[in-house]
Design a binder for this molecule. Structure first.
Ligand code: UGA
Length: 434
């Protein structure tokens, strides 16, 4: 089978590369010529473990192609995936400009039956909107079906998530389109991945409801972490015991500095907006967004309060800039909020991140970028772990203690033991652990 993937962002590129790995012939399209030029050589525009290998292998075996010519890609494909960006507008709603543009192009170049699939996270109702745009712009009658096939992969483990998903959701109106999608996903059928076959609107909503629920779980445990601090309880133990209840589950209950990234913040806001437009109140999701903001503020205030609100001229070392480990993505990263807040109070900032420093330089060109965690710690008044990269889990803590100017240690991902850190002489602050 031949398929086309329009948009070589995170979702598009992973989807294209992984389908090629399944044995499908894939053409990935992007209008960014520079990006396509690099992708043709197997150069990936972002950091994602395992992806480069798959892209290179499938390029070599001629199952994966990159092009800027959308017309050719549509022509030779039975299934066309739309995986272009849907960035948030000022009011939180998703901007569908790129989706609309692609729908018009599909209508222009389509000459025989196609299955047109939305893979990007798109507002409820977008499937029908695409259908209308295509119908309106077709030059002569051609049959087509619309499918919603939301993607649930996480940055940092995208390939693994695509190859071994918890479920595949297919929302469609026609039996023919469902059969074609099932055929495409046959390798996952063989490993008994559950398939949820439903209508288009339901599939679109599943994606937002899932991300909003994950965000709510994180905000819930983060609010409990504040209470733990107030009453002297340990949030890690609370989360562990809660998670052992099969109805709750242990995942997404790690208290920390809150959720960031390109998905949870954007999708929670978009869902609230979608609901508002329909006159429906989503108070739980709204609260999850607010609690997330409060958690950033509350933990940043810990740093400021430790210096009695006088942080001017103090050197604060930040370990971790990406919104989570194993990615260079800094979108909505809590580290950016901390840095900006401390800079506003005239602190001096030193940072280190294994992958996200280049991206951060565009936002904060004038802070100090270090080559490793120890250079950050050297002569610092305080050190804050903001992202739980593996290499921050095994730091030589005694060495750090000796090279720091003062002894404030803020562990915003709860990776060290409070008792041990205090014994070593740190003024140690973590999240929800007394
Ligand atoms: C999220 C979803 O997990 C994916 O299923 C979904 O496909 C993706 O959004 C998307 O819509 O494209 P992602 O944003 O890559 O994936 O990252 P997550 O692993 O979900 O982490 C999101 C944020 O929550 C991170 O900042 C992380 O540090 C934070 N988090 C996560 C916590 O603070 N505590 C937890 O227990 C889990």
């Amino acid at each position: 089978m031949h398929i086309a993937i329009i948009g070589t962002g995170y979702v598009g590129l992973v989807t294209g590369a992984c389908f090629a790995e399944f044995g499908v012939f894939v053409t990935c399209v992007d209008k960014d010529q520079e990006k396509i030029k690099k992708l043709k050589k197997g150069i990936i525009p972002f950091f994602e473990p395992g992806l480069e290998d798959i892209v290179k292998r499938n390029l070599k075996e001629n199952r994966l192609k990159f092009t800027t010519h959308i017309d050719e890609a549509i022509n030779e494909s039975l299934v066309v995936f739309i995986a272009v960006g849907t960035p948030p507008r000022g009011d939180g709603s998703a901007n569908l400009e790129y989706v609309e543009e692609v729908a018009k192009k599909i209508a222009k170049y389509m000459t025989n039956y196609k299955v047109i699939v939305t893979k990007s996270t798109v507002p409820v109702g977008t499937g029908f909107m695409i259908k209308e745009i295509i119908k309106k712009n077709l030059e002569k009658p051609v049959e087509f079906d619309i499918v919603s096939n939301p993607e649930f992969l996480r940055e940092g483990s995208a390939v693994e998530d695509f190859m071994r998903p918890n479920r595949v959701v297919i929302g469609a109106e026609s039996e023919q389109a469902i059969a074609i999608m099932k055929d495409l996903y046959r390798p996952l059928y063989l490993i008994e991945t559950p398939f949820v076959i439903t209508d288009i609107v339901t599939a679109e909503l599943i994606k937002y409801a899932t991300n909003s629920f994950l965000a709510t779980k994180i905000s819930f445990i983060n609010e409990i972490s504040a209470l733990c601090e107030a009453v002297g309880a340990n949030v890690n133990t609370v989360a562990k015991a809660m998670g052992l209840d099969g109805r709750i589950g242990p995942k997404f209950l790690h208290a920390g500095i809150g959720f960031g990234g390109s998905c949870l913040p954007k999708d929670t806001m978009a869902l609230v907006k979608i609901a508002e437009e329909k006159g429906v109140e989503l108070n739980i999701v709204k609260s999850a967004i607010e609690a997330n903001q409060r958690q950033r503020e509350r933990l940043t205030a810990k740093i400021i309060n430790a210096f009695n609100n006088d942080i001017q001229g103090k050197t604060i070392g930040i370990l971790g800039l990406s919104f989570k480990p194993n990615t260079d993505d800094i979108r909505e990263s809590p580290a950016l909020y901390i840095i900006q807040t401390l800079l506003n109070k005239k602190a001096l900032i030193k940072v280190y991140d294994p992958a996200a420093m280049e991206n951060t330089k565009n936002i904060f060109p004038n802070i100090t970028y270090c080559s490793d965690p120890y250079s950050v710690a050297k002569d610092a008044d305080a050190l804050a772990i903001v992202t739980e990269w593996n290499q921050f889990r095994n730091l030589d803590i005694e060495k750090i203690k000796n090279i720091m100017k003062s002894n404030f240690f803020f562990d915003f991902r709860n990776i060290y033991e409070p008792q041990k850190m205090k014994q070593l002489g740190f003024k140690y602050f973590s999240v929800g652990r007394h």
